[in-house]
Structures are given as C-alpha cells and as structure tokens.
Design a protein around this ligand. Structure first.
Ligand code: ADP
Ligand code: ZN
Ligand code: ZN
Length: 674
C-alpha cells in the first residue's frame, strides 16, 4: 500500500474541493448505483479541477452601467441596441454583470454600446450579491398560501414535499416565495431543472426576481464558466444556483433548500456511465444536509405520488390556474377512416382556421423531427434502413439527406431503389418539416415556424425565436418536445397534438405514464391568458382510458389505474427494478453473456427466494450503432434484496473474461427498458 501512495507535487486549492458531507453523499450514491466511487467523485468536480488545470478565482467582476452623462439617441436601425437600453432602463438594478443580462444580448452588443458611450464598464469586488427582489412577488391565492405556510413549517430540517400543481397553477411563483423564506436565513438554494436551454423563460423569471443572486450551471457552459459558478457556490457568493442534473453535485457553502422542477422528467436520469437519478439523489442529499426538498410537477411520477402515501413525502396540490383561467378544453378527434391531409383531419384544419382568423396562435405538436420517418419503394416495398441499427432512416429535406436518429448516421437520399431500380420512392408519414410545408400551403397568409433540434442549432436561436413567438411574430408554431415544457405564450389558444397513438402502445411499461405527461404538458401551453384555450388530440384510440379520463381532467382516475397496473405487475413504485445491459459487436454474444449470468443467479439462494427471475432478452431495438444488445431484468419486491443480490452478482459478472467483446452496465431504477 505504502509504495502506491504518490508524493504531493503541488497544492491545487487552499479550500478542499470536497467536504466530508459531500464525500458521504458520493459514497452513498456509489453504493446505491453500484458504480465505482472514483467515477462518482468525478461528477463532483469540474473539468478543470479534474485535469488539475491551474485556476485562480477572480475576486473582481466586470459590470456594466448606463452612462448618466450620455444623451445620444440610437439610430432607427439599431433595434437590438435599443432593446438592450430599454431593458436596462426598466430594470430595478443600476449595474449588471454578465449573468444578470439576458443571454441573447451578446458581449458584442454591449461593446457597441460602450463604444457609443451609452454604457460604462467597471470592475467591482465580488460579494455575496444582495438578495434583492427586483420584481415584487405576487400576492398568493388561497391555495398557494396554504402550501407556502405548510412548507414554511419545515424549513430547518429534512423534509420532502411534492407540489402537484396543474399547468399554470403558480408553482414557479411558489418556488420563488419559498426561496425568499429560506433567504431570511441566508442559506443557498439549488434549483434543478430538466433542460435549461429549453426553458430560458423560467431562468429569466428567476433573474427578474432575484437579480445578481443567481448563477446557472449546465452543460452548455464552457469549463471556465462552470468553474466560475462552482466557485460562486462553494464560496457562498451565489445564493441561488439553477442547473441541470449535474448541478446536484456542486459544493455549496451553506445549502438550505433544493427544488426539483418537473420532477417526473426523464432527463433527470443520466442514461450512460453513472446512471443516477438527480431527483432521487436530490432527496438523498437533502437528507444528508438536513434541509427541505421540494419536488414540483403538473404530472408527478408514480414513484413520488406513491411516496406521499407512505409518510415519506408531504403532498400539496394546486388544482386551479393562478390566473383563474380554466384549463383548456380537450377535444379527442377520432381519425379512424377520416381523410387526412398531411396528417391533419378536416375538423382539425377547420379549428386551426378558426383560431387563426381570431388573430390567435396555434401550436401543432408532433414528436418527430425531419420530413418523414420512412422512405419506401413504391414498386417493390424496399425500405431505407440504417445498416448499423434495427431502424429506418428518417428523410430530411432541410437540407436533403437520410438520417438515422439512433446512431446519427447520415447519407444521401437515393435517386432510385437499390433492389429493383425503380425511381418511384415514396415518403411515408410526417415529421415537423413536412408539417411546416403543409401548413404553409394550407394557410399561406399566416406565418409558420418550425422549432426542433435541427432548426434551432445556433446558439441563442431558440431563445430569440421563443421571444418572437411571444411577440406574436408567428401564427403557427410546429414543434417537438422542445416546446412542451414551461413556455408561456400569451396569444396561444389552440394546441393540436398529432401521433400520440404510438406512445400508448409503447412496449415500455412506462409508456402510458409518459404519454399522459407529454399530453398534459403540451396541452398546458393553450389558453394561459384571457382567451380560453382548446386542445385537439388526433387519435385512432378515442376510447383509451388515459385519453377519456384526461379529457374530463379526471387525473386521479388516471393515476389510480396506472398504479393498480403497476401493483399487479410488481413494477415501480411497488417493486424495484435493475437492468443489466450488455452489448457486443458480434451477434448473440451479449445474450450468451447474460444467459451465463442468469445461470449463476441460481447459485444465489437469496435471488431464488426474493426475486422475480426472467431470462435475458434481446433489447427491443437489438442492433444499435453496430452493436447487438441484450437486457437482463432483475425485479424484486424489496429494494434491500435487489441491492444485496446485485452486490453478490458483481464479482461473478466481472469474472466472465471469456466474453471480452461484451460491454456491460448495471442500471438501477431504469427509466426505460429499451
Ligand atoms: P406554473 O409554474 O405552475 O406553470 P406559474 O408560476 O408560471 O405556474 O404561473 C402561471 C401564470 O400565473 C404566470 O403568468 C404567473 O405570473 C401567474 N401567477 C402565478 N401566481 C399568481 C398569483 N398569485 N396571482 C396572479 N398571478 C399569478
Ligand atoms: Zn424497389
Ligand atoms: Zn443507425
């Protein structure tokens, strides 16, 4: 052991990067997910710390302020600069750091204004920013007030709260006010959100309320920016950190509260390497730090709801929209045997027309980017399939190419069928691109925009387009999941949801739950202001229990049916799952490997007694990115048994050296079985 220890070459930082609390947290997380502690600790460090890059924390920061001596008027074409000036003049602060300024105002814009002497630049010492409410908080309605009072009773110790509030019920407003209460004790707050780039409006709202006290932490930041936030957190300079799942591992000087917004969201679960759930780990961290944690959602996960039935979580409900607007009316359009025009039923088209003629906006949601999901030969039935995956290529027209959405492989669109040489190749089904061309033809006098990962590639583009939608520069918005969450478009009154049927028949046991969450989230975008809203769901399954109950907003009925189903199958939250995933570039290898492991489970008496054992199966999409994949599902009624069996199994798995082409991993509490 002694000669394994190396000499200390230099000291990287005077303050330790990890506290003993964080180390305990890392150990518990590593043991829970059966993942090597060293790799887990990597998640607690920023890249430059890991690479031992030298870094010195700047004690001063650059700030901008309006030049009181300037009376220059900006020229008419300087619209962006005018926008910045107006924003600053309306702000309650009198100076702004980079983090206070909306990110679509770039450094270049600011230096232009400095050149014109409209702005001044200065450097000031970094201080724990004053926690000043820049925008006043709203007077809470009765339901909100009740929840706030109840949460305020448990601010000094660990307590988990589930805030179940319909879309627009004022959950965010409540988070803001809970934060204010914590602030009176000068503690720090961590707000976890699923994907920060998709909901810039939420971050902006926090900034308007709390100004310089906020920092963000997510993967779009470069190494230095991440380190900056990390330093601000551990030095206690940032009062609030809003971040995606990785922010959970940041070092805080005095963490006092964790909020997990959209707690049901699948992006809280890391899907490779260290497969942790940031929501579940947030609860563990809150427990270790002895602080409250608030999980919020319009469509909570079944796990969290179930925890409210045990005395683990407190349940709080907000059942009405804060603005007193009714929830939108849901229309189930039965499209069986209906003529569809590019996927739109005649009734849907008529409704779109109606809303547009009232000068209102329409959102068409389809969870598929590209032009069409299938390229087929009309003469012989050949289908363009990815060589590396068990999947079809998606046709894209902007720019034209075939794209495999599973391995990212791209190629040219063939001019003729490789099998029969016929030139009649047809496009089956629709994606966002095709819908955009359809709406542009159907409603030529209205302006349409497509929002998906392909069309929003440039930095800040999404944010700019979201504000353009808010300002009603577009009439029809076509979008994917990117538009489902958190957005508030005041003029949007109609939401059309296409292609939800396949989600209802997903082979994943969470399929219906996910479809319910998605439909609710998307529907929640409609009619958030004065004019009421309407949601059209096109379906071949108008009698599906989830849809019929949702139409009447009988949410508890949906939940009880889903829970009943899970209980019957001993699936979460009534049973516990882990998946051993294996893959190899050779067919059958992964499956053979897992069969071997399955056989060794027979040597573990505890496994025989306490688990529901099912032989391994090929993954639903067996071949992906050139690898053949298989899963071994481990299921038990109790978590301790599951974990103990896995612990006993790991040495066996590691000893299977004959399968050197096989890569394997263990996924505890998997979010999908794909
Ligand atoms: P959620 O996060 O549940 O979707 P928000 O907090 O975004 O809800 O609130 C939805 C809308 O209602 C926002 O425009 C917000 O300003 C407004 N709102 C929230 N709480 C109140 C309140 N107490 N009084 C008036 N308006 C409110
Ligand atoms: Zn052909
Ligand atoms: Zn592929």
């Amino acid at each position: 052991m002694k000669n394994k220890l190396k000499d200390i070459e230099s000291i990287l930082d005077e303050i330790p990067s990890l506290t003993s609390n964080l180390l305990t947290f890392a150990e518990k997380a590593a043991s829970y997910y059966q993942y090597p502690i060293g790799e887990v600790i990597n998640h607690f460090l920023t890249n430059d710390l890991k690479k031992a890059r030298s870094y010195s924390f700047e004690m001063t920061e650059q700030r901008w302020l309006l030049n009181p001596e300037s009376d220059l008027q900006l020229a008419g074409n300087a619209t962006k600069q005018k926008k910045i000036m107006a924003w600053m003049q309306n702000s309650a602060q009198n100076s702004w750091g980079r983090d206070d300024i909306p990110s679509n105002f770039t450094k270049k814009d600011l230096s232009n204004l400095i050149e014109k002497k409209l702005l001044l630049e200065c450097y000031v010492e970094k201080m724990p920013a004053n926690f000043c409410a820049i925008e006043p908080s709203l007077p809470l309605n009765e339901q909100q007030q009740q929840v706030l009072d109840s949460i305020q009773q448990h601010l000094n110790t660990f307590h988990a709260h589930l805030l179940h509030g319909v879309t627009g019920s004022g959950k965010t407003e409540l988070y803001l006010q809970i934060i204010e209460s914590v602030q009176s004790q000068r503690g720090q707050v961590l707000v976890l959100v699923p994907e920060i780039g998709l909901t810039p409006q939420t971050t902006e709202r926090f900034k308007r309320r709390f100004g310089p006290a906020i920092r963000t932490y997510h993967s779009n930041l470069n190494d230095t920016e991440r380190r900056e936030t990390w330093e601000h957190a551990r030095r206690g300079l940032a009062h609030i950190v809003i971040g995606t799942r990785s922010a959970l591992f940041a070092n805080f000087k005095k963490l006092s509260l964790i909020i997990v917004d959209e707690e049901h969201d699948i992006s809280f679960k890391q899907q490779d390497t260290f497969r942790y759930s940031a929501r579940d780990m947030a609860i563990l961290r809150a427990q270790l730090e002895d602080i409250p944690v608030v999980l919020g959602s319009a469509t909570p996960s079944l796990e969290s709801l179930h925890n409210c039935e045990k005395p683990i979580f407190s349940y709080h409900a907000l059942t009405q929209r804060a603005t007193k607007q009714p929830l939108p009316e849901l229309v189930l359009t039965d499209i069986r045997e209906q003529p569809l025009h590019e996927g739109l039923a005649p009734d849907t088209i008529a409704r779109i027309e109606h809303h547009l003629s009232q000068q209102q906006q329409v959102l068409i949601f389809i969870n598929r980017r590209g032009y069409a999901p299938v390229l087929m030969c009309h003469s012989c039935g050949w289908v363009a399939q990815c060589q590396r995956c068990d999947a079809n290529y998606t046709i894209h027209m902007d720019p034209p190419h075939l794209h495999c959405h599973h391995c990212d492989h791209q190629r040219k669109i063939p001019t003729h069928c490789p099998d029969c040489k016929s030139h009649s190749l047809i496009h089956l089904g629709s994606g966002t691109e095709r819908l955009l061309s359809a709406t542009s033809q159907l409603f030529p006098e209205y302006k349409s925009i497509r929002i998906d990962r392909d069309s929003m590639k440039r930095k800040h583009q999404l944010q700019a387009e979201l504000s353009a939608i808010t300002d009603k520069e577009y009439d029809i918005v076509i979008g994917t999941q990117m538009l489902a969450k958190g957005h508030h478009f005041p003029h949007l009154t109609l939401v059309v949801i296409l292609d939800i049927d396949q989600a209802l028949f997903s082979y994943d046991f969470r399929g219906t739950e996910r479809a319910f969450q998605l439909v609710s989230q998307v529907s929640g975008r409609a009619g958030r202001e004065q004019q009421g809203g309407e949601v059209v769901i096109q379906t071949h399954q108008p009698d599906h229990f989830m849809l019929t109950a949702l139409k009447k907003y009988q949410i508890s009925q949906i939940y009880s049916q889903l829970l009943e189903e899970r209980e019957r199958l001993s699936y979460p939250p009534f049973g516990y799952l882990a998946v051993i995933r294996a893959e190899s570039k050779y067919p059958q290898q992964a499956l053979n490997f897992l069969n071997d492991i399955f056989a060794s489970l027979e040597q573990i008496p505890q496994a025989q007694q306490t688990m529901h054992l099912m032989p391994p199966t090929p993954a639903p999409m067996e071949k992906r990115a050139g690898r053949y994949r298989a899963n071994l599902l481990l299921q038990s009624r109790t978590r301790t048994h599951l974990h103990s069996v896995i612990k006993q199994l790991i040495p066996t798995i590691e000893s299977k050296r004959a399968y050197n082409s096989v890569r394997w991993s263990i996924d505890i509490d998997p979010q999908d079985l794909l």
